[in-house]
Design a protein around this ligand. Structure first.
Ligand SMILES: [Cu+2]
Length: 162
């Protein structure tokens, strides 16, 4: 008798909790306007609009984002193909490229270090660009030409919706 009563009490509690939960959900749905949650990206004037070939100056050089995969970049892991050209538009091979994702609003980077592979013709493939959260990300590209030139930097900025 006693254990049956305990079981009955537990079952009753579960039933009450379920009722309470679905009651809350129904109320929330009825109160909703149907608008998606605002993320701030639409109004963020700092962001770049992704398009293959997007170019940024890095001192005397230019860095072109030939492609992001996926494109536009997403929350998660991205691969980007860069092309570095000099002031005359000639491809720059043999450069040391560093890629640093950074969230300026939160003052933090990424837990994963991007991997840069030179593929010739001034092109560099950057794997493991891990963007962990929604918001504005800067993709900082450091370029040091072969022979010990100065470090020159270009910055792409993408805002990711949740
Ligand atoms: Cu952040």
């Amino acid at each position: 008798m006693r254990s049956l009563s305990v079981v009955a009490t537990v079952l009753l509690s579960v039933a009450l909790m379920s009722t309470a939960c679905s009651g809350d959900d129904d109320g929330g749905d009825k109160g909703s306007t149907g608008a998606p949650p605002a993320t701030g990206c639409a109004a963020d004037g700092r962001k770049d609009v992704y398009a293959p070939g997007l170019s940024k100056s890095a001192g005397t050089l230019s860095v072109r984002l030939l492609e992001s995969n996926p494109g536009p970049p997403i929350k998660g892991t991205n691969t980007m193909t860069l092309e570095v050209v000099d002031a005359a538009g000639q491809p720059v091979d043999g450069a040391t490229i560093t890629v640093t994702p950074w969230m300026p609003d939160h003052a933090h980077g990424s837990a994963v270090k991007p991997v840069v592979t030179a593929t010739g013709g001034g092109k560099y493939t950057v794997d493991e660009i891990y963007l962990a959260m929604a918001g504005l990300w800067q993709i900082k590209i450091g370029v040091q030409t072969a022979g010990g030139g100065p470090l020159q930097e270009a910055t792409f900025q993408f805002c990711l919706d949740g």
